[in-house]
Design a protein around this ligand. Sequence first.
Ligand code: URA
Length: 184
Amino acid sequence: MNDWLELEKECAECKRCTLWENRKNIVIGRGNKSADFMLIGEAPGEEEDRQGRAFVGKAGQLLSMALSAMGIEDDKYYICNVIKCRPQNNRTPYEEEIESCIQYLDRQIDMVKPKVIVLLGNIAAVSLIKKNIRITQQRGTWDVYKGIPVMMTYHPAALLRDESKKIDMWRDLKNAWKKLQQIV
Ligand code: URA
């Protein structure tokens, strides 16, 4: 079986934590599965859970608009989350849930083989880079995951709460895209 189908099947049957109990749909990711540019968020929200698609709610729409304004259309990136099932009431995922789910994300990264990754928000940064990261302090900086350069920035939901973060996030996304152009 193809690796993506295998991953989808395993996620659909996954009971490694309890989040499956309340989900409507599993949310694996969307976009170009061979993209050089990959963005990783936290976990599906209400709309994502309803549609089974990543980043289609308000925060996702804001991010897509920002990317599109930079000339980065939906087919130029792959976007997914650390967690594949919606935590009830959008609570922050627990550490055990991240530990149970991260293997799926690792497999996605191995299959997409991006050349640049953008981590959106604290949970993505804490899960992939270091437990004690504070995104407010680390945003705009680079790290490395699996040998791939990783830019850390705000989660788009943070921009819905505080518009003043927009300029910084736009700058981070542009820098990440610029880095990719230098690599390819
Ligand atoms: N927030 C996320 O982190 N991911 C989504 O898919 C939607 C909102």
